[in-house]
Ligand binder design. Structure first.
Ligand code: NAD
Ligand code: 3PG
Length: 596
């Protein structure tokens, strides 16, 4: 990204170091908005549903009571389990939020059927592979999950399967219930001293590793993204994929299902394993090529497998894998303890209610997020950013369309101390919403801009001085367009508006090359005129006669008695007749009415 300031910036401020935004560290923000008709004057980030707009939350899979109680305090809760995909699509248009576990597919059709009402999907658990995240983002729907409450339960289930498999517990149990007593058949293997390779050293993998060490196992792990020091801290070595699978006596799978991990245990990789290896999977069925596993079991490469998860759930009854005598299975029970389900329910209910209230969602999966204190500080700038976007786009009259937008942030804060992603999203919202039927929020802002071919570049102007407030001003420029208000064009030919926050209120401070000062509330009339006495009175009287309340006026001029820009804040939209009368004032050269 080019890091050069416009000449007006350089001349009118006393900065200046320029910083490319590409080097910034982003934290990610969150937003949930009301339906379009309720949203017009709402703050774009902190949308709080009013009491009479009680949201509806559809709980599509069983959720712990504590979570339901939390939801009921805030929302109408519809617990409808076992919905068919068609029933879910029908119901969803009446819901603001949806809560699911792994058993419900939240497909693109669900988002399309919601008609824009669905604002939050809560996944009561970790894996979000049953939610079409791309579709959620495109529809501006926030997805939150509950990533921590079932970690220990999943790890305990992994250990339960590991030990049960090693000692043939399930098979011996079935045998004895069938009237047999087969002590020789069910001789097991010991765990102590054996090598366990934990594949995926995240939350669950780490807990499994800890517990396996307690059982006296030698634990190694493979995870390309995990820090080695975290593994070393509990006495685990991180190794390559090939080393892990070729040295392990036991493999325990704990990576997410992604394009990279899909069928990662396949014929080729089974062939690299020690003969007699044993495999536990409490992650996702899709990480194993199940047909290849059957072949590896039949060939004796894999001695046993213990599986909690399957490519298709529930798996077909006649599945060779399920029926295999050396395979122990459970029906996706990893998270199913009383304690974990209560924890997950509370975790997801809090996240969903918070998101509907417009608060930060710490567990947002598809949205940017900033810490609460940063968001509080940025709140007036968020309003400023959106209003500047709205103003700038309304000044465009033609040309090659709104394709190239530059947003400049002037601040005394260092690049790492100012998160502008939120602001960029709000400029995007301001730019796109007035010219389309698209609903833009922080979830889909970047996607929407990209889809519409709007390229937004950002630039920082680093000011000298103490960084008490996060930003001195924000400037929005649209290139390669013509303007309805010629004076809004900068010397370099872009529609240009600039604003700052004064006493917590967003102000427009510059239009084109003219300094103005008008608060960005209500509507604005911009007039270019010959600077002469009586103009404020003349325009003010017309508006008064037309019963339009003026909130305030400001005049910026090039020089006394030369050209001036008058910015007039009005509470109501003036009638066409009133605007015509203003336009007919001889000294008025051009004027424009802007709806904020
Ligand atoms: N069976 C159940 O009921 C149950 C319960 C909880 C979690 N899970 C599943 O277990 C899995 C792990 O959950 P978690 O909470 O530990 O997630 P996590 O995100 O904390 O950990 C996943 C780890 O996998 C690693 N990883 C990603 N790609 C990898 C690759 N190609 N090779 C090796 N490692 C890779 C990541 O770096 C991360 O450290 C998820 O799929 C989750 O859905 C299942
Ligand atoms: O990803 C998860 O959290 C687990 O697979 C648990 O899924 P569940 O909520 O359907 O039990």
């Amino acid at each position: 990204m080019a890091a050069s300031a416009s000449s007006s910036l350089l001349s009118s401020r006393s900065p200046i170091k320029l910083t490319s935004l590409s080097s910034l560290t982003w934290r990610l923000p969150v937003s949930v908005s009301l339906p379009r008709h309720q949203r017009r004057r709402a703050s774009p980030v902190f949308v709080v549903l009013s009491m009479d707009a009680k949201p509806t939350v559809l709980v599509a899979e069983k959720l712990g009571e504590a979570g339901l109680d939390l939801l009921k305090e805030f929302a109408n809760v519809d617990c409808s389990y076992n919905l068919s995909p068609e029933e879910l699509c029908t119901k969803i248009s009446l819901c603001d939020a949806l809560i699911v576990r792994s058993g419900t597919k939240v497909s693109r059709e669900v988002f399309e059927s919601s008609g824009g009402r669905l604002k939050v999907v809560g996944r009561a658990g970790v894996g979000i592979d049953n939610v079409d995240l791309g579709a959620a983002t495109e529809h501006g729907c926030l997805v939150v999950n509950a990533p921590t409450a079932n970690t220990v339960a999943a790890a305990e289930h992994g250990i339960a399967l590991l030990t049960a498999m090693a000692r043939n517990v399930a098979q011996a149990d079935a045998s004895i219930k069938a009237g047999k007593w087969q002590r020789n058949k069910y001789v097991g293997v010991s765990l102590v001293g054996k090598t366990l390779a934990v594949m995926g050293f995240g939350k669950v993998g780490t807990e499994v590793a800890r517990r396996a060490k307690g059982l006296g196992m030698h634990v190694i792990a493979h995870d390309p993204y995990a820090p080695a020091d975290r593994a070393h801290a509990i006495g685990v070595d991180l190794v390559s994929f090939d080393e892990a699978i070729s040295t392990a006596d036991f493999l325990s799978l704990h990576m997410p299902l992604t394009p990279a991990t899909s069928k990662i245990l396949n014929d080729e990789n089974f062939a690299k394993m020690k003969k007699g290896v044993r495999i536990v999977n409490v992650a996702r069925g899709g990480v194993i090529d199940e047909d290849a596993l059957v072949r590896a079991l039949d060939a004796g490469i894999v001695a046993q497998a213990a599986l909690d998860v399957f490519t298709v759930e529930p798996p077909p009854k006649d599945s060779k894998l399920i029926q295999h005598e050396n395979v122990t299975v459970t029906p996706h029970l990893g998270a199913s303890t009383m304690e974990a389900q209560e924890g997950v329910a509370i975790e997801i209910a809090e996240a969903v209610v918070g998101a509907l209230r417009g608060e930060l969602a710490a567990t947002a999966v598809n949205a940017p997020m900033v810490p609460a204190e940063v968001l509080t500080e940025l709140k007036p700038y968020v309003t400023l950013a959106e209003k500047l976007g709205r103003l700038a786009v309304q000044l465009v009259a033609g040309g090659s369309g709104v394709k190239s937008v530059k947003v400049t942030y002037a601040s005394a804060r260092g690049p790492d101390d100012l998160d502008t992603r939120l602001l960029r999203a709000m400029v995007t919202k301001g730019l796109i919403e007035p010219i389309s039927s698209v609903f833009v929020n922080l979830v889909n802002a970047d996607f929407t801009a990209k889809q519409r071919g709007v390229r937004i570049t950002e630039q920082r102007v680093l000011l000298d001085g103490s960084p008490e407030s996060p930003l001195e001003f924000i400037q929005v420029q649209i290139a390669n367009v013509e303007s309805r208000f010629a004076s809004a064009m900068s010397e370099s030919g872009e529609v240009t508006v600039e604003g700052k926050v004064k006493d917590g209120v967003a102000h427009l401070t510059k239009v084109g090359g003219f300094e103005v000062d008008v608060s960005l509330e209500g509507n604005i009339i911009l007039c270019r005129q010959v600077d002469q006495p009586g103009m404020i009175g003349t325009v003010g009287s017309i508006l008064g006669e037309e019963n339009v309340n003026v909130s305030f006026m400001s005049v910026g001029r090039t020089a006394p008695r030369k050209q001036a820009i008058m910015a007039i804040g009005v509470d109501e939209q003036p009638s066409k007749a009133a605007l015509k009368r203003i336009g007919e004032i001889p000294a008025i050269e051009e004027f424009v009415f802007l709806d904020l």
